[in-house]
Design a protein around this ligand. Sequence first.
Ligand code: CA
Ligand code: CA
Length: 522
Amino acid sequence: MGSPNYHSESNDDDLITGAVFSCPVMEKFTQCDRILVDDNVEIYGSNLHYQRSNKSLFGMTMQLTTQAIIICAPNWVGPDDTPEGICFAMDREQPTKQRVIFKYLRETLVRSNRPYESHNLFGFSIAYNHRNNDLLFGLPGFKDFSGAICRFDENLTVEKIKLPEYRKTTTNTYSGYSVAFFPLDESFDVLLVSTPKYLNFKGKIELIDTNSRQVLATFMSKNDTMAEFYGATMLVVDIDGDGQHELLVGAPLYSISSKRREIGRVYVYGNIRQSMIGTRRLYSEQIIISPLKAYGGRFGANLAAVDLNLDRFMGNAPFEDDTGAIYIYYGTYRGLDIDNFKRITPENIGQQNQLGFGFNIWTETDFDSNGYADLVIGTLQRSFVLRSYPIINVNASMIFEPRGINFSDVRHCSGQRNPCFLTTYCIDLSSNRFQFSKHELTFNVIISITDRNLDLKEERVLRKHYNQTIRTKSNRYCSDKQPVRIVLKNKDDIFDIITPIEVQLSIGLQSKQTEEFCPHCP
Ligand SMILES: [Ca+2]
Ligand SMILES: [Ca+2]
């Protein structure tokens, strides 16, 4: 866990050093160990010795590689008082066993005929390529904040990647604010770099071929707004599972009016590979606007992918309603399902007074080894681990007997004089991982008759709701042995007997048993 504004009270020199903690999530009592970085270690490739600096933002960015944990302090100030940034490669298994401290070599630049050292902000963003063991770093402060990117291979050999020069002034455009690798095919990766303040905050993202140094594609924000900080975040993920990756881009400062400022939106691009052949723009673009449109919510300030239902998926997190919320969208073979999402707020997990829930998300660890990656959700003060369980798809059907209501026919009504009808419902369950025969599920089933007249205090036709708890170890449950009798009011008590009735079946999984729920899945 990174804590970039950590202020150690035992500090002699009273610095905001930042800190990173290693926390055993599955232990009963969580005691986190601080990963300390020794001063005076030689910085790789230089004869300088590392000294910590105030407000270095140590722990702001972290990246796991095959062998190491990379932790960066992008605002670290070196000997010439410029925030150049520095990174640390720790052993993945033993983080306290420090390996290498490295940074981008300082470059002396010239402004108004005077030389100055560039504010690199090295390590502000990181991406990792598993196939080549390459690390990509953003340096958005380089050269008067025009920004730069560089790549390190596993031997820490640096390659500066030249970004295209723009004709207009490029200072303060922040190229490298976010970086990513994009797998073009099975063996070839290209780079994505965002420039969120390009053209006065309009923002753009470039897809760059590192061999030919060519820009293969450019993505830009829509013309309907200014300063939405397009490219603050990027996510490369195969949403529809066709083997080709899609790109998601966060624009968290998107505003629609002065009352709905900084609500945020996310762009989803598909068909990227095809659009690079020829000159025509062929990629598809879809936009998800912050569902709540809450002032200052900053939807899209963070993006993460997790295969929760083992069926392609993406999660997404903003600052919303003061406390924040995360949104989970499901990927289907037809693309992202924009309409059906899950919103999780601190209140949903019994936590009040949190600030910035979703400020950060980690989705790469399955802590309880149940086959499902769990979510670590950061706030401004704490982190929460949300355990993931197998997703069960529910399909329900109902049949009615008789098909129409005859008020004078009370044959099925068990001696009562009220009109009634019988219904049989079936619930079909399916899941990629859940073994129905091994674990009992408890459902609460409610049958009600919805009434569209919301002003009405009492039910129009129904005498009482039907409510039942079902326990099953099967993937199908039917009430056919015991059809449900729905008893209606007497005809004289129903003021509207013409409007057809709608019967609603709601099925809720009882969550009381979460501890036992699929303990050894799969
Ligand atoms: Ca795809
Ligand atoms: Ca898990």
